[in-house]
Design a protein around this ligand. Structure first.
Ligand SMILES: [Zn+2]
Length: 390
């Protein structure tokens, strides 16, 4: 049996697995149930090796020849479903299939696509095809909260030669995305009684001047030929006091900075040059803890952007696999959001995305994914694995 026929024949099982996966709530840091389910499924499907690592990631391997190691990646965690009563489609954990779609939190981001990755490996086994190089299917933890799982995998696990990310692409190919920096700009003043403003220094005026200048300066942000323009959105404004009759000692403005290549140091230099003023710039750092107890402390929240060249042979291979299955050449573009692919790309590993899920389905109430697209993706993933060469 060919890999393609095996994949098509196994699709009902793959869909059933996707439903079961959606039914296990797995918010970031609470992925144990989903991890155990994926590990059991891989073992049952004949993966050569299945490991749950120290961070709680699941790593399944199909052994191949000495060729390049291809990693297919998705994440186990989902974002909160919000008000469960607002879901009109059976609630966030229904895993219901109706109207040609699978419904529930994570259906699109990214359990539906992840289930197809797991079964792509299974299709190789069922067809008795050994890939040119090992195929690793990884289901990582804490993608939604900064990438602890992928960082651990890259630090402790086997380094793949090529990485495909299953974040939503609606059956197109994605070759990169902008980065994100979480920047606090802090304006120092001198606190005082609001009845005697001349005795204090009110930092709100400095913050206001900064924001007005920033609004005019953003048009001078850099533009990348593929990723487009960097953007800055001031979102939160906080003061160090809580009393309405006290002039605050400090005002902080949060900038959500979508970068097209600027480093944090370059971002600060850009602010000093184009906006000016007196302030401190701080990049947000955080601590993380996985369901296994693995911890990271003081990790910079900066997410680097990346772009893989359109002419890279890996892009060509994925496009060819899509053409073989659908008869059509997929569009190639970039994601609007950040993914764990930034971490593999930063290691110099060619990284791209292909997924049956639609970008607009990420993090929404009544999240869903088209069943027919899942079947297409399963066949494409299986073909890609079968021809695992550079
Ligand atoms: Zn995702």
């Amino acid at each position: 049996m060919s890999v393609d026929r095996a994949a098509a024949a196994m699709f009902p099982m793959a869909l059933d697995f996707a439903q079961r996966l959606v039914r296990v709530p797995s918010m970031s840091g609470e992925e144990e149930g989903a991890a155990r389910l994926v590990a059991r499924e891989m073992a049952g499907l004949g993966y050569d090796d299945v490991e749950v690592d120290g961070a709680g990631n699941v790593i399944g391997t199909i052994r191949g020849g000495a060729g390049p190691v291809l990693m297919l990646n998705g994440h186990l965690d989902v974002v909160s479903p919000g008000d469960e009563g607002a879901w009109k489609t059976g609630g966030p954990w229904s895993g219901r299939v109706s109207g040609g779609r699978l419904w529930g939190r994570g259906a699109a981001d990214v359990k539906g696509p992840l289930a197809m990755l797991v079964y792509a490996g299974a299709a190789l086994k069922a067809a008795g095809v050994a890939p040119a190089g090992d195929v690793i299917v990884s289901a990582v933890v804490m993608e939604e909260t900064g990438g602890l799982g992928m960082r651990h995998l890259l630090a402790r696990g086997r380094r793949p030669d090529l990485v495909l990310i299953a974040e939503p692409t609606d059956l197109a190919v994605r070759i990169g995305h902008r980065g994100r920096m979480a920047v606090w700009v802090a304006f120092a003043g001198r606190a005082g009684h609001a009845s005697m403003p001349r005795l204090a220094v009110n930092p709100n005026y400095a913050a206001a001047k900064f924001l007005v200048k920033l609004e005019g300066a953003v048009k001078r942000l850099p533009r990348h030929p593929v990723l487009g323009k960097s953007t800055i959105a001031p979102t939160l404004v906080k003061v160090d006091g809580t009393s309405s009759n006290v002039i605050p000692g400090e005002t902080r403005v949060f900038l959500d900075w979508r970068s097209t290549g600027e480093s944090p140091a370059e971002a600060e230099a850009w602010l000093r040059r184009h906006v000016g003023g007196r302030y401190r710039v701080e990049i947000l750092r955080k601590d993380y803890r996985s369901w296994t107890g693995h911890t990271e402390t003081g990790v910079s929240t900066t997410q680097e952007g990346f772009v893989l060249g359109r002419a890279h042979p890996f892009v060509g291979r994925v496009k060819a696999a899509v053409r073989e299955v659908t008869g059509r050449t997929p569009a190639v573009g970039v994601w609007r959001f950040a993914t764990d692919g930034r971490l593999t790309a930063a290691e110099g590993i060619p990284t791209l995305g292909y997924s049956p899920a639609e970008e607009a389905q990420c993090h929404v109430t009544d999240e869903s994914i088209r069943v027919a697209s899942m079947k297409t993706a399963l066949r494409v993933y299986a073909r890609l694995c079968a021809g695992s060469s550079r």
